[in-house]
Design a protein around this ligand. Structure first.
Ligand code: ZN
Length: 276
């Protein structure tokens, strides 16, 4: 006679769990994730939340070892909830950080899916809208960028693929539909980034490297190509789901694009810094 791994009672020949117990357990797990997700981004009584979670856990055969992953999933959903309206308010940011602190979750634990980083990104964009140059990242090691005296690094994207277009005509024809000139403080949501880079034989993957974003320039440093572009010299930005395209203000300029894997952040970051 097998024993139910949930309630410990007899489960029947060759069986390791009661159907009912398994169901209760799964429901309980979902309930805990939802509880954390719904309270995570709004200021709430975390002690009361903890008690509710403990009650749910004991009624649903959930052990301490499983709890961590449920809290992490709840946090991840709470971050998504906070970004439902496209922006992360200061209250939402504080509530999310309070949640981590209360349940002793580390940044590393909750950043597997990049959700902690997403909160930092949201806070950086909010700083820029408030007219402040964000100082929220710490650089370990030396950056290969020759920054000007009053220049501040805001973000560094790594493993960025840099593309150049060989001719200008190709790009103009292909990009008219997605080119957006945005007003100060306009926040583009993830859904707005449907545009894909137009991949033609005219587009070449020129290099891969670091893309540094400051309050004055964008810098690129790869093995073969190193350059910076002043925001004042850019006449158009193109939002892509995986990055950004820029067009410099020169008769001979050719379209350049950077694939960062996060078009939402890259585009909002660069276009809004350019307008500070
Ligand atoms: Zn059972």
């Amino acid at each position: 006679m097998g024993q139910c791994k949930f309630c410990g009672e007899k489960a029947g020949f060759l069986r390791s769990a009661h159907k009912e117990c398994k169901k209760t357990n799964e429901l309980g797990k979902n309930n805990i994730i939802s509880l954390v997700a719904s309270k995570g981004s709004i200021s709430s009584d975390l002690k009361a939340l903890e008690l509710k979670i403990e009650k749910e856990a004991s009624e649903s055969f959930i052990n301490k070892a499983e709890m961590e992953s449920l809290l992490v999933k709840g946090y991840e959903q709470a971050v998504d909830n906070a970004f439902d309206d496209g922006v992360l308010s200061e209250d939402e940011e504080n509530a999310l950080n309070d949640l981590l602190e209360h349940f002793s979750l580390s940044q590393t634990q909750v950043d597997n899916a990049g959700k902690y980083t997403k909160v930092v990104k949201g806070a950086i964009l909010r700083d820029i809208f408030d007219g402040e140059i964000p100082e929220r990242i710490k650089i370990e090691g030396n950056l290969p960028f020759n920054l000007q005296k009053t220049e501040k690094i805001v973000w560094v994207f790594q493993d960025v693929k840099y593309y150049e277009q060989k001719t200008r005509t190709q790009y103009v024809g292909g990009s008219q539909g997605v080119s957006l000139r945005i007003a100060k403080g306009v926040y583009y949501r993830t859904g707005a980034f449907k545009g894909e880079r137009v991949q033609t034989s005219e587009t070449i993957h020129a290099d891969t490297g670091l893309l540094g974003v400051t309050n004055k320039h964008i810098y690129f440093a790869g093995e073969n190509k190193r350059f910076r572009i002043n925001y004042a010299k850019i006449v158009a930005f193109d939002p892509f789901s995986d990055g950004i395209g820029v067009m410099r203000d020169a008769a001979t300029a050719k379209p350049q694009s950077f694939v960062t894997q996060d078009g939402w952040f890259t585009y909002n970051l660069i276009t809004n810094l350019a307008q500070m």
